[in-house]
Design a protein around this ligand. Structure first.
Ligand code: HEC
Ligand code: HEC
Ligand code: HEC
Ligand code: HEC
Ligand code: HEC
Ligand code: HEC
Ligand code: HEC
Length: 477
């Protein structure tokens, strides 16, 4: 015990020296009192013995200047002192006030992040220990796959105001303010042939630059970076959002501002996202908590019961499967089934119809045409027949996928499905999706004369998959 505290005293000494330099080197610290933790009213205050008389916002509520003298509050975790003389290490420090047990917070209403960390999908900071360093460089991340709270948050600068939709920017009042990031420079090429280079940023001005530290080629090979213990297959997300792609969600660049795509029409977007072509978005507009609508949970990609942490933001939480466990299908739109108006992810931002009870009101023509056939002729048109399952971007227009896209972009549906026309000849077992082999965008997507059969080519059923050649009415066109 004596040794432990003596070691701690050394750490504290070095920390205080560091803190002095920190003030000298960090002009931004002048703003500490306007941050969430530094606020004189709502800021940090820990209730542990020995520090009850420290003022709200005092650094010592996290950094134990005096623990070495007489501290009885939490014994050092990790069987030794914590970095920077913090009262605990890594996520345990944050959860000491943000919902963990025990909870030391004696001020403010720190959001309960702990409740989100044991969900089926998410970032699991507790799975990683002693891999993160403060002020780490990209090489540290690359060789030590990990994710900690402080990879996305700077506890000295975090603000308390969540972003408003329609922008990708991190402002000085954001919970993400001051977190490190990486800039992706798109040199040439697009989609999976993109050539991208990366440079480190001490503070990311947009949310996606924080995510790109790990979900991009900045780590070398993102597909395997997480290692065998990770969940399934990862992709290079930076390539997927390349503004030179034929389609992409506007995370890095507005649709009008990129070189590869063009804006939708306002009627294809819900009110928040109109002024088509001009909006950008956060990754966490799609990835986040699984708010049930009755319990307010904190924002951010901390954890969710939904596949890939898809965010439940007043419902709209499911993709690519519907509540019956089948892939979403235009039949759901045409016959108003499977609670699609409240459960389909895309419906959060794309209205898709002006009247769910009348299939002639479906907004774009390819949807309207196939949804009508689905109902009137009992046919099946899963969304994945035409669209990619990872709706970040595509080498083909309007997030449609190509049959030749590699896995996981092309996806094998497990089970037996009837696709296209009904009848035994169209029953497919474990079909590989999507089926398009070419697609040409039309300038009049809503009008019945806009898209024609000639706009699409469909996989023709040749070996090795042996799909039935009459799917989609033959080799469409
Ligand atoms: C000593 C208690 C304490 C510790 C430890 C702590 N926080 Fe906080 N945190 C708070 C309080 C109090 C607030 C302000 C809540 C409010 O504004 O009502 C806050 C606010 C925040 C916010 C702003 C969001 C918001 O809704 O206000 C973020 C982000 C945040 N904390 C992240 C972290 C991270 C990351 C860590 C670990 C490095 C951490 N916190 C450790 C007490 C703490
Ligand atoms: C410091 C590295 C790091 C950063 C930064 C990071 N992630 Fe992750 N992310 C990971 C790791 C590691 C996993 C895998 C977790 C696992 O398998 O245990 C992951 C998984 C995910 C998943 C899949 C979850 C699942 O269970 O299928 C999503 C979605 C995701 N991250 C989104 C984001 C977003 C959005 C951001 C930016 C706001 C971000 N990530 C920033 C490391 C990071
Ligand atoms: C909410 C908890 C919290 C509060 C309050 C806090 N810190 Fe920190 N501090 C941390 C954490 C966590 C780290 C390690 C960062 C990382 O892991 O990336 C850290 C790291 C540091 C470092 C070393 C790394 C660097 O950025 O130079 C210094 C110095 C420091 N803090 C000084 C301060 C000072 C001075 C204050 C008060 C003005 C303060 N801290 C308040 C949590 C806190
Ligand atoms: C328009 C909604 C949307 C946006 C915006 C979005 N995602 Fe996704 N993301 C998805 C969907 C849908 C999937 C696939 C879900 C599935 O397969 O079940 C996915 C899958 C993922 C995965 C798991 C597969 C993989 O690529 O490794 C990660 C990680 C991820 N997203 C990270 C991010 C990051 C980082 C950003 C921002 C740079 C982002 N997402 C922005 C909808 C979105
Ligand atoms: C959180 C909001 C949000 C969600 C959820 C969302 N989108 Fe989008 N989507 C947008 C925005 C914003 C744009 C850009 C529109 C513009 O500015 O013209 C867009 C654009 C698109 C485009 C045109 C892209 C291009 O470059 O051509 C397609 C196609 C699309 N979304 C399909 C989908 C599908 C499929 C889903 C569900 C899996 C989905 N979206 C979910 C917000 C969203
Ligand atoms: C992968 C990146 C990432 C990681 C890891 C992460 N966060 Fe967050 N966090 C976010 C994002 C993004 C937001 C939402 C910001 C916004 O909407 O403006 C957020 C929001 C928050 C908020 C404010 C929530 C609200 O509703 O106001 C708190 C508090 C917070 N995070 C604490 C933590 C703590 C504690 C940890 C570790 C247990 C953690 N975060 C890990 C990205 C992350
Ligand atoms: C037969 C092929 C096909 C199928 C099946 C299909 N889509 Fe589309 N989808 C398209 C085309 C083509 C566009 C582009 C329209 C344009 O040019 O603006 C599109 C556009 C979209 C958009 C952009 C907004 C809009 O209203 O146009 C969303 C969102 C979308 N699809 C979601 C879905 C969902 C959800 C399903 C399944 C329920 C689905 N799609 C099934 C071909 C298809």
């Amino acid at each position: 015990m004596f040794l432990t505290y003596r070691r701690r005293a050394y750490v504290t000494l070095w920390f205080l020296l560091g803190a002095t330099l920190f003030f000298a080197n960090h002009p931004a610290m002048a703003a500490y009192n306007s941050t969430a933790h530094g606020s004189a009213t709502n800021g940090v205050k820990r209730s542990s013995a020995g520090i009850t008389d420290y003022a709200i916002a005092n650094c010592a509520h996290c950094h134990e200047q005096h623990a070495s003298v007489g501290g009885t509050e939490p014994a050092p975790d990790n069987s030794g002192p914590s970095s920077y003389a913090a009262f605990a290490s890594e996520e345990a420090l944050c959860l000491g006030c943000h919902g963990g047990t025990p909870n030391y917070s004696a001020n403010g209403s720190p959001d309960n992040i702990n409740s989100l960390l044991n969900t089926s999908y998410g970032h699991y900071p507790a799975d990683f220990s002693a891999k993160h360093k403060a002020k780490e460089v990209q090489a540290d991340i690359n060789s030590n796959a990990h994710v900690e709270c402080t990879d996305c948050h700077n506890p000295h600068l975090s603000g308390a105001t969540k972003h408003s939709k329609g922008t990708n920017a991190v402002t000085s009042t954001s919970p993400l303010y001051g977190a490190q990031g990486t800039t992706a420079t798109y040199n040439s090429g697009s989609w999976l042939s993109s050539s991208v280079s990366y440079s480190a940023l001490s503070a990311a001005g947009t949310e996606y630059k924080i995510c790109f530290k790990c979900h991009s080629g900045a780590v070398g090979t993102p597909e395997t970076w997480r290692g065998a213990s990770g969940t399934t297959t990862w992709t290079d997300v930076a390539k997927e959002f390349n503004p030179a792609n034929k389609s992409y969600h506007p995370v890095v660049q507005t649709l009008a501002g990129g070189t590869g795509s063009s804006a939708l029409t306002n009627s294809q977007l819900s009110a928040t996202w109109q002024n088509a072509g001009s909006k950008t978005m956060y990754c966490s507009d799609c990835h986040g908590d699984d708010n049930s609508n009755t319990v307010a949970k904190p924002y951010g990609p901390h954890g969710s019961a939904n596949n890939r942490m898809l965010r439940n933001d007043s419902s709209f939480d499911l993709w690519p499967y519907n509540p019956s466990g089948n892939p979403w299908d235009l039949k759901d739109l045409g016959s108003n089934t499977n609670s699609w108006t409240t459960r389909l992810l895309c419906k959060k931002c794309h209205p898709l119809t002006t009247d769910p009870t009348d299939r002639t009101q479906i907004i774009n023509y390819p949807h309207r045409f196939h949804a009508d056939r689905a109902v009137s002729k009992t046919e099946n048109y899963p969304c994945l027949l035409c669209h990619l399952s990872i709706t970040h971007g595509s080498g083909q227009s309007r997030m449609t996928g190509n049959y030749t896209d590699p896995s996981p972009y092309s996806m094998t549906l497990i089970g037996t499905f009837t696709i296209g026309r009904s009848g035994s000849s169209n029953v497919e077992t474990n079909p590989k999706m999507p089926w398009l082999t070419a697609f040409t965008k039309n300038a009049s997507p809503l009008a019945s004369g806009g898209y024609t059969r000639g706009s699409c080519s469909v996989y023709n059923g040749a070996s090795p998959d042996n799909y039935n050649s009459i799917n989609c009415g033959g080799n469409h066109p």
